[in-house]
Design a protein around this ligand. Sequence first.
Ligand SMILES: [Mn+2]
Length: 349
Amino acid sequence: MNSDQILYDIKHAIHAASSILITGQDVPDGDSLGSELALYDMLWQQKRHDKTAQGVEIVIANDAMPPAHYGFFPHVDIITPCETIQARQFQVGFVLDTGTDRIGAVLPVLKKCRAIITIDHHQSRAQGIEQISWIDPAICSVAEMLYDFFEHPGWNLTLTPDIAACLYGGMIYDTGSFRYPNTTAKTLRIAAKLLETGFDFSAVAERLFLEKPYSSLQLLSAVLHTLQRDETGQIIWGVVTQDMLKQAQADIEETDGIITHYAFTQGVKVAILFKETSEHEIKISFRARGAIDVGKFAKALTPKGGGHHRAAGCTLHGSLEQVQELVLQALQQVVTRKGVYGAKNVIVA
Ligand SMILES: [Mn+2]
């Protein structure tokens, strides 16, 4: 089904709905959050235009509340804590920027919805319970996908500066400020349209990428001290332990973006950050340059892993040492193109 028809279907699905849930990644990133907030305003606009807004409730809820550094997004305070909606029922549920397998404690609430709609640009998320899914891995961000609603004949929407700020935040988050190869000419044309609304785009970029609490810099410094490379210099990795977080007085969310500080080291094909989220749970981020598809690699490690060709992640259980050894050995096979690990093929791009 083409996106033109899907947008009509989505409009039809929300028309009669008097309660709508919007969710996304368990811990929302810049694209997930910006897209949720933009969609919230868009749905209200459409419902008001259609005169079906009377008595309607629209709720945004994620497994975790947005990390504090996203506090600059317009109306971010409307987000509802997940605990408070557990007993609730919504008619329509949107899942943005992830699959239904990555929304944590919102899943039981979502499952009660009469219609589930996914809008996503990841390649490898589990699907199955949606009535409508619009998945396009060729598009850089869900924020960019949402812009299509503004140009669609079935929708009557006005691009406000607040919506533009949310979409712009999502787009620059997922394209590294239009530097990654997922950026297209269309991405930049959309960004230009967003800028025309007059929102303070340099403030959005500053708050997303530059401004950091002192604790984040302490943590960054500690992680850079843990960096190691394999013999070939093609794999680089760093670690975050619970002790390091305590020492830096930092939250786990403050690890966001640290990997980009070393992912572009000369000669490196894959960068990894191992994060000890609890004693036996290690969250792993991957960044790749070149042919290796870390999205496929993460999924080969564990079915819940995945992401994009160049940026992906997964969670494994075990001690930091065990998980590091397993991942590094598997990746070594891929980098040296031997290509197999254990009984299972680990994908070579
Ligand atoms: Mn995204």
